[in-house]
Write a protein that binds this ligand. Structure first.
Ligand code: ADP
Ligand code: MG
Length: 695
């Protein structure tokens, strides 16, 4: 179905109880009260909440809703919901549709089924959800969705939204202090802006159904490389195939209805790989919208006979999927604090925010790495595929030249004319994004924002953004403390910027991050290189990290320990499911198929009694038998090692990485060799060429 431009403006946000809808459905008194509550971050009184609930219900029921749900983001990284209908019994065997302020504001899902990392003893499994009035409610599948935060009976945070909101407040508070120093008296709030680019694979659902690994694990555990991979690059920015184009069109419409600013769509590097990028928005909305996007992507695919794979590495040997997290800070009047400006004052401010970012990323490089550490992402970071596990910042040649001239007190550009002095009334212009984009950098400055490229495609963007906001808040706080007390602001500013760039320049790297030479150079610079989840997760609760998050009131120590434990357990669960799936497929699919085919070859060879032997039958039969014996042994080892896994979570994490994962790699190698020998029609599931080149 074609979408006309006029329809589109009507379609957009039609399933969202947004400000426009609120204005229509609420009394002006309640509408102002809601606005006031958002702006001054105060509580709503119950009468107003009742009013809003009633208006929401009317709006939703008019659009076919029968149920409502509190929608929250537990520590699994996915979203959760529990649906209740609006019905209440009425006289005469009838029902009324009701929705009260109390039901809007607070919910009580059964919390015992969500991971809490020991924060909530099971005998006190109560958890509560509370409405986040800063995020719009929306309608999906005849249900009114209410974005909420999730916390335990004793007030501990059990979700990803609460710390994100807190970190946004904290970075705002500190950024406003800095703005005041530059004479800005108007800005009330600074908001973290985020645009997450979402990569995904689409495959035919018939192939998906035939592969237990895809169904159980979201990735292939076996598969010999197809003769063609991504080397011709004919897929990237190539014409979008009709079936995929129809999917993308449908996806856009569904996302637009839900108010998601889906903007760019194109093919990606690998065959069957695509990307959607939304227009950036505040970090909280971006996070909600990315969760909605991932869910809608999967649902819409099924309508088209396709399956959307969000795993970081569905197929070995070709690129995996990431999620670039574009991040910046903007004032309430829309002024981007990472945009080099046109006046000396704006540029001095820009350099100060840049210095804070550089210092923060250098000091908390290990924590940033830990926020993207999970089983799926291990196949990308630090593996064959970039970005590397070493965190560094790309600034581009020109901005780096600016930074260097500040460090060395030398002249920048126009040799012989101006030397680069930093101050609110002296500053040469700063160049804007004239450099080539460096695709190998994990953290690239791209003109007016930073692009954090280490995130995995399936992960919630909350964790990395909580980290970026909090780190930035910390550095800005230190800067504000120092500068507020200075006698001469210009002088203090210049020396602070120079000192910070000098001390933290090791984190800046503009070269090719994929080269081995960089890893050696990074080691010389003392940058951390945490190549796996098993290496990265333990540092989550390093003292300096706990100090950072407790100081800013984002997490308590217990909450951080709980999160670390949940992430560690998650890694072990994922590997255990993968290992069990693998053993099952080896024993019940691969070995039987290989053995049947070897038996067939042996029978054929035997049938030739008297006539001359067939070399194909005898050699291949021999090689298959050898490989099947090897695979059986590998599978037995895998199963035995699985049973031998230690209980304690930290030891278990290391063990799964060092032992179980290695067993899986060894078994896969044998199975993939078998695939290249067994007759095509005898192979028990679709191959890489079947799945990746189906259209
Ligand atoms: P590329 O693939 O070249 O990185 P895309 O257009 O695919 O570029 O994605 C860029 C993303 O960055 C978009 O989601 C866009 O909205 C977002 N973005 C642009 N400017 C900002 C900004 N100032 N702050 C945060 N995100 C931004
Ligand atoms: Mg990008």
């Amino acid at each position: 179905m074609e979408t006309k431009a006029t329809d589109l403006t009507e379609l957009f946000g039609s399933m969202v109880f947004n400000e426009d809808a609120m204005r229509q459905y609420l009394s002006s008194n309640s509408f102002s009260a809601w606005k006031e509550c958002i702006e001054s971050q105060t509580e709503l009184d119950l009468a107003i909440a009742n009013d809003i609930a009633d208006a929401m219900k009317h709006w939703a029921v008019e659009r076919g809703a029968t149920h409502f749900t509190h929608w929250f983001q537990p520590m699994t990284g996915y979203t959760a919901e529990k649906h209740d209908s609006f019905i209440t019994p009425a006289p005469g065997g009838k029902v009324l549709l009701e929705f009260s302020g109390k039901e809007l504001v607070r919910g009580e899902p059964d919390a015992s089924s969500f991971p809490s990392g020991g924060l909530r003893a099971t005998f006190e499994a109560r958890g509560y959800t509370a409405w986040d009035p800063t995020a719009y409610a929306f309608l999906r599948d005849n249900t009114l969705y209410i974005p909420t935060v999730f916390y335990s009976y004793s007030g501990q945070v059990l979700d990803k939204k609460t710390p994100l909101l807190r970190s946004m407040d904290e970075v705002s508070r500190q950024a406003v202090r800095i703005l005041r120093l530059f004479g800005d008296t108007a800005t009330k709030r600074v908001t973290a802006q985020v645009g997450p680019e979402q990569e995904y694979f689409l495959i035919d659902e018939k192939d998906f159904a035939k592969r237990m690994d895809l169904r159980m694990c979201g990735r292939t555990l076996f598969g010999a490389s197809a003769p063609k991979g991504q080397e011709l690059e004919d897929h990237y920015f190539g014409a979008i195939r009709p079936r995929v184009a129809a999917y993308m069109q449908d996806l856009d419409r569904e996302l637009w209805k839900l108010g998601v600013l889906s903007k760019t769509k194109h093919n990606e590097v690998a065959p069957c790989q695509h990307e959607m990028a939304p227009i950036y928005t505040d970090a909280n909305t971006a996070c909600d919208h990315n969760q909605i996007t991932m869910d809608v992507m999967k649902k819409v695919a099924r309508k088209h006979g396709l399956v959307c794979l969000l795993h970081e590495k569905p197929f070995a040997g070709i690129n995996g999927s990431g999620k670039h997290d574009n991040w910046s800070l903007a004032t309430d009047s829309g002024d981007n604090l990472f945009k080099p400006g046109s006046t000396p004052s704006q540029n001095a401010r820009f350099l100060l925010f840049l210095a804070a970012f550089v210092k923060g990323v250098d000091e908390y490089q290990d924590f940033l790495r830990a926020t993207v550490a999970f089983a799926g992402n291990d196949h990308r970071l630090g593996a064959q595929e970039a970005p590397p596990a070493v965190v560094s910042i790309f600034l581009g040649d020109e901005l780096t030249a600016v930074v260097e001239s500040i460090i060395h007190g030398t002249e920048y550009s126009d040799p012989g004319k101006k030397s680069l002095r930093v101050g609110v009334d002296v500053m040469p212009p700063i160049p804007q994004d004239n450099t080539d984009r460096n695709r190998t950098s994990p953290m690239a400055f791209t003109g007016n924002k930073f692009e954090f490229r280490m995130l995995g495609s399936s992960q919630s963007i909350a964790g990395p953004n909580i980290a970026l906001n909090t780190i930035m808040a910390e550095e800005l706080e230190q800067f504000a403390d120092e500068l507020e007390g200075a006698d001469d602001f210009n002088e203090a500013l210049a020396s602070l910027i120079r000192r910070v760039f000098t001390q933290h320049q090791r984190i800046i790297f503009n070269g090719n991050g994929y080269e081995d030479a960089w890893l050696q150079e990074a080691a010389r610079r003392g940058l951390s290189n945490l190549t796996s989840t098993a290496d990265a997760l333990p540092i989550y609760t390093a003292e300096k990290n706990v100090a950072l998050f407790t100081k800013h009131g984002i997490f308590t120590r217990e909450e951080m320990e709980a999160r670390r434990e949940i992430h560690m357990e998650n890694y072990c669960h994922v590997l255990s499911i993968e290992a069990n799936t693998m053993a099952d497929m080896i024993k019940r699919d691969i070995l039987p198929a290989a053995s049947a085919y070897a038996g067939e070859l042996a029978r054929r060879a035997l049938g030739r009694a008297g006539s001359s032997a067939c070399r194909y039958e005898t050699t291949i039969e021999g090689r298959i038998s050898e490989l099947t014996d090897g695979l059986l042994a590998a599978c037995e080892k895998l199963e035995a090692d699985l049973k031998g896994a230690p209980e304690a979570v930290e030891a278990r994490l290391t063990y799964f990485h060092a032992v179980v994962f290695e067993d899986m790699t060894a078994a896969r190698k044998l199975a993939d060799q078998l695939e290249t020998l067994v007759e095509r029609k005898a192979w028990p599931f679709p191959t890489y060429s079947d799945m990746l080149f189906y259209m």
